[in-house]
Design a protein around this ligand. Structure first.
Ligand SMILES: Nc1ncnc2c1ncn2[C@@H]1O[C@H](COP(=O)(O)OP(=O)(O)OP(=O)(O)O)[C@@H](O)[C@H]1O
Length: 305
């Protein structure tokens, strides 16, 4: 469990993180989301003791990172700035890390297999692709068999296979009862990876919610209906809190009724439907709406993307 209490970090005049409080629970993947410059990396650095809070504190299973006797067994982290000695092989990089931190040599082989780097483990890490480098970073994070895993933007720049691999790995780490915190600026990716979301903007908490709740609130309240008997159905659906628009010929856009209710009314009146679709705002759109006021560098209105 990670608990942040009124965490604040200032760099001179610049407030990177302000009065941030949240809890990351074990057993599930928690997504840490925010636009660029929101303060995600700064928060993660404070979690693992690489940055000192200006005020407030953050504890992992009740203690600050540096107060744990075997911190690598407690927390494994991959932060954005990776420090890999590019002249070393992947195996030697992990071995050096293991030897200096009292981790048995056998664990190096284990993590190499977990991240799927067996075939290239004797190759120089300097020649690794971005995806292989990410796998090596994750292997380093898992070396101490940590109860808590903190990964900063692990899917950045990965191909679809790499993204799927990380998604499954994170879920299995959580299923083993670990605490898993993973940052991203991609809502869609987090929606299929995480169970819980902590959203920040300009260093402040914007939302602390389950993915399920976020998805539900992002859903629009209209339903798209396609039928050959649109006019008959329109009359049957009419009511004080219901609005029905004709989206196109043979199609209706209904607000104020659930898709279940519309389907029931159609069935009771022997009207065949060829489509019945609740309209969802895309999660990415809902996320952008949520964080709109917290984006540091806005594109000028109307500018081409
Ligand atoms: N060492 C530093 N000195 C001064 N300002 C900093 C420093 N580190 C971060 N900042 C500022 O603090 C804010 C938060 O940065 P941070 O890197 O934590 O955000 P982030 O959410 O991880 O963003 P990104 O997704 O772009 O990596 C930014 O405005 C950044 O410019």
């Amino acid at each position: 469990m990670i608990e942040a209490h009124s965490l604040t970090k200032r760099y001179g005049e610049k407030a990177a993180v302000t009065d941030l409080s949240f809890t990351v629970r074990p057993g599930i993947v928690t997504g840490f989301l925010g636009p660029n410059g929101a303060g995600k990396s700064t928060t993660m650095r404070m979690i693992v003791g690489l940055d000192t809070p200006s005020s407030g504190n953050v504890v992992i299973n009740g203690k600050r990172y540096e107060d744990h006797q075997a911190p690598l067994h407690e927390v494994g982290a991959m932060l954005e700035a990776r420090s890999i000695h590019t002249g070393r092989t992947a195996y030697n990089h992990l071995l050096a890390l293991a030897v200096t931190t009292g981790i048995p040599r056998s664990r190096v082989d284990e993590v190499i297999d977990i991240v799927g780097l067996r075939e290239v483990s004797r190759k120089r890490a300097g020649g690794f692709s971005l995806g292989m480098g990410q796998r090596l970073g994750i292997a380093s994070a898992l070396l101490g068999d940590p109860a808590t895993v903190v990964l900063d933007e692990p899917v950045n720049g990965l191909d679809p296979e790499g993204i799927l691999w990380i998604r499954n790995l994170l879920k299995s780490l959580a299923a083993e009862g670990r605490t898993v915190l993973v940052s991203s600026h991609l809502m869609n990716e987090m929606a299929v990876t995480a169970e819980h979301l902590i959203v920040i903007g300009r260093g402040r908490l914007i939302a602390d919610t389950s993915v399920e709740e976020f998805t539900r609130s992002a859903a629009g309240n209209s339903v798209f209906v396609r039928t050959d008997e649109a006019e008959k159905l329109r009359t049957l659906l009419a009511g004080p809190d219901v609005s029905v628009a004709s989206a196109e010929r043979g199609a209706l856009e209904v607000s104020g009724l659930t898709s279940e209710r519309i389907g029931r009314i159609a069935a009771d009146n022997a009207i065949a439907l060829s489509e019945l679709t609740p309209q969802m705002a895309s999660l990415e759109e809902a996320f952008m709406e949520l964080t709109r006021d917290a984006v540091e560098y806005q594109s000028p209105v109307g500018s081409a993307v």
